[in-house]
Ligand binder design. Structure first.
Ligand SMILES: CC(C)(COP(=O)(O)OP(=O)(O)OC[C@H]1O[C@@H](n2cnc3c(N)ncnc32)[C@H](O)[C@@H]1OP(=O)(O)O)[C@@H](O)C(=O)NCCC(=O)NCCS
Length: 167
């Protein structure tokens, strides 16, 4: 899937990630987030869940990514314990100079569409630092709700919200 968008004069394109993007994805991940992963982790996710793994390109450079996973597990949304197929947003980030252009929204929308249409996932969830308001706002805008607090989820002791949305 590919589409082009322009906001505030900056054009960008959302497309499926390729193996040749992994070095730049790792660079963005390390610049943007304290949660970092080894090279093979990105490659495994790309190979396994390629259809829902997207990058944003601008000025011929990858400037953002979303790395997903598909899992079976208990629903985060239904009242009774029910096993469902769920999309899991493992990591999402946009280079600082490209933020607030709609890229995070476009990446998440593209991945959620693929989670539903390609992998038949019924819902999507993620963890986010309770202090990460930009990300929490983005997720709320796309229909996510805070489902529970995961105490001391991060290595530095900060709590996470588990947020989930129906697909
Ligand atoms: C979270 C992140 C991916 C958002 O990417 P983005 O491309 O800037 O997001 P968008 O431009 O699509 O913004 C969508 C909405 O999110 C909210 N938002 C984004 N940045 C915000 C900020 N700095 N403050 C408050 N709300 C913000 C707004 O509601 C925004 O809509 P608006 O611009 O119409 O007001 C980006 O800030 C980022 O890479 N952060 C560092 C990595 C990170 O925290 N990842 C999430 C880990 S769980």
């Amino acid at each position: 899937m590919e589409f082009a968008e322009a906001k505030k004069g900056k054009e960008y394109r959302i497309r499926n990630a390729r193996l040749t993007d992994v070095d730049q994805i790792i660079k963005i991940n390390r610049l943007a987030l304290p949660e970092n992963y080894p090279y093979y982790f990105f490659v495994e996710h790309l190979k396994e869940y390629e259809a829902a793994f997207f990058v944003a390109e601008s000025d011929d450079e990858v400037v953002g990514y979303i790395m997903p996973r598909i899992e079976w597990g208990f629903s985060n949304l239904k009242q009774l314990p029910t096993l469902v197929k769920k999309g899991h947003v493992v990591s999402i980030a946009v280079l600082e100079q490209y933020r607030r252009l709609g890229i995070g929204t476009a990446l998440l929308q593209a991945s959620m569409k693929a989670m539903k249409e390609v992998y038949n996932a019924e819902e999507v969830y993620l963890e986010v630092r309770v202090s990460n308001l930009p990300a929490i706002n983005l997720y709320r805008k796309l229909g996510f709700k805070e489902v529970k607090v995961l105490r001391h989820y991060y290595a530095d002791g900060e709590d996470a919200y588990l947020m989930a949305a129906p697909l």
